[in-house]
Design a protein around this ligand. Sequence first.
Ligand code: AMP
Length: 415
Amino acid sequence: MSQIVSSFAQLQLSSAMQAALQAAKFETPTPVQAAAIPPALEGRDLIGIAQTGTGKTAAFLVPIFERLREQQASPQPGCALVLAPTRELAEQIHQWAQRFGGSARSALVVGGVSYGPQYDALRRRPSLIIATPGRLVDHLERRTMSLSDVRIFVLDEADRMLDMGFKPQLDRIMAVLPKTRQTLLFSATMPSDLDAIVRMHLNSPVKISVGEQAIPPSQTDQDVYLVEQQQKTPLLLSLMGESNGTVLIFTRTKHRADRLAKTVRNAGHAVERLHSDRTQAQRRAALQGFKDGRYRILIATDIAARGIDVTGINHVVNFDLPHTAEDYVHRVGRTSRAGASGRATSFASADERNQLRAIERHIGKPLPRQAHDLARPEGAAPMALRPASADAPRRFTPSRFSKRNDDRPRVARYA
Ligand code: AMP
């Protein structure tokens, strides 16, 4: 019978793994690790309802490497496969795998990069393959890899994978996985199409749930500015001028991300963009530059919302509200990671009122309205914002919501 543990010492991990955890400064297991690692070490199938930011990567990597280590002496040692929805998430898992895996080889199999190095990595019989579904299926079709040695299969962010339309690829992959294997599935939510996959492909899984109610971490200060579309850019520039911490900004489209980045750069800020029209190398450089502090500001579309593992983002700004309340939670989850506090600010224009209502229903409380003294669109240059004081009643100045909600460039004049 599995126990929920309160320290890594209780898990009787190998000394190599203990050293890796120490080097990563993981002193006590997070709730998802405490609940998932013991049954996973026993070889049980598992469903983990947990979001990014809860420590779920180590919750599967630790048991994977421990179990693979035990099998090393066997004539057919086998390997593990982790499927993740985005390249960024796969790359992050790969980085953690290099820290936890010791000498075990891991191969990263994602799209947007050339096949050659991936063939080479796969030929070296890696213990762990971390892949995105599309590229993995390409390799299966080219017969450049086989999944017959997979003993442990991890589906990470399974709900996101289905949202992104990867069901056909998942079916294709699961059809060729060996029937005798361990399966660990992690997902922030459990939609019915995922339930069907669980019933078909998991064997008496242990179900664990960490913060099932998907609401943003309580340490995050959340607020909203009710603005007109054309006030968003001056408001953003003003907010950026008030702080010097790291900021992750979300826009609705790639085009808006590009345009906003230009304006923010012209205003003198170190900024990069992350979205799916950029090459893999550009995306990697943007994320790395944000992580190492070269860019204080990263402007992204939702592709970046899940899985970005950058600690200490001070401020998340929803320049445009997301289409689903779940995406709001994921975006906001990029701050306040691993216990740190952060701020999440949303801009909501008249055409985003329904989204705002849906978000507030989902998180079960209204977002505090922040007052602003922005000039009307016809007015002069951006002016300083008067932050609402914590104890004064929040003031919302009803805006004259413009009917002009189109996407025409009007930000240049604020640059
Ligand atoms: P994840 O949900 O796997 O993306 O992890 C989120 C963040 O939590 C990562 O930046 C990890 O460095 C951190 N983290 C994971 N597990 C622990 C732990 N046991 N102690 C401290 N930090 C952790």
